[in-house]
Design a protein around this ligand. Sequence first.
Ligand SMILES: Cc1cc2nc3c(=O)[nH]c(=O)nc-3n(C[C@H](O)[C@H](O)[C@H](O)COP(=O)(O)OP(=O)(O)OC[C@H]3O[C@@H](n4cnc5c(N)ncnc54)[C@H](O)[C@@H]3O)c2cc1C
Length: 237
Amino acid sequence: MPESRLKVTLLASTPDAEAVCAAAARTCYSAMHTDELAALVHTKDQTVFLRRIVASGHLSVLEHASFTFAVEGVSRVLLAQLTRHRIASFSVQSQRYVSLGEGFDYIIPPRIRGLGEEAVAEYRSQMETAHSWYRAWQEKLGENANEDARFVLPAACETRLTLTMNCRELLHFFSLRCCSRAQWEIRALADAMLSLCKKAAPALFETAGPSCVSGPCPEGAKSCGRAAEMREKYAKL
Ligand SMILES: Cc1cc2nc3c(=O)[nH]c(=O)nc-3n(C[C@H](O)[C@H](O)[C@H](O)COP(=O)(O)OP(=O)(O)OC[C@H]3O[C@@H](n4cnc5c(N)ncnc54)[C@H](O)[C@@H]3O)c2cc1C
């Protein structure tokens, strides 16, 4: 059974996301008709205007743009954390409908890998053992076996999902999950998603990243103290 690695794809996003959010914000402040506003946001660069909107905290206008990602090569450990974000839509590969009888892919934590080949071999052997337990329960349970056989699967087991968030929720998600205090796997996912968002709609995600990128670190005594390094990292992402 093979190791699995993170793969993130931006499946779709709101066309002209920056223009859509800018038009929404301008609706609030302008006497123009909607068709005039639509023409304005498509003919004039909206970067400075959107920067001001984000800085002012008028974030509801960012809810008009949404982004859909395909994610694979992540563990059920990550899934448990990711689905705590409630302003998002998820479709996750089912362990009831999809049999893992032929084997499952799994995630190897970097710290276990760092212990060397012997440790990795031990970990792989544990995955094989869990698979043999799963197979044994599948055989004993017969019809609809996956539903209960899956109880012995490890949290390392790979999962795949489709995920949609709007821009406002993405900014919030990045502020929490790009932080150096977030768990390594969800941090890697958040970084990959942010990189794709920055390419798709740079003006909307200009200041996205952990909280310290655009303001003071909220972690107090638990702060990593690396705000300058973080700002540099996310400016280049
Ligand atoms: C470093 C780190 C460690 C963590 N450790 C733990 C832990 O040990 N145990 C644990 O259980 N969780 C833990 N969490 C998860 C955390 O408590 C949140 O459940 C998760 O980060 C989702 O954040 P959220 O609720 O702000 O965001 P979302 O669910 O994405 O919601 C976005 C925002 O919408 C608003 N909102 C959403 N739903 C409601 C509502 N019902 N009422 C009012 N406002 C709402 C809030 O303003 C919220 O911030 C941890 C998270 C991080 C980043």
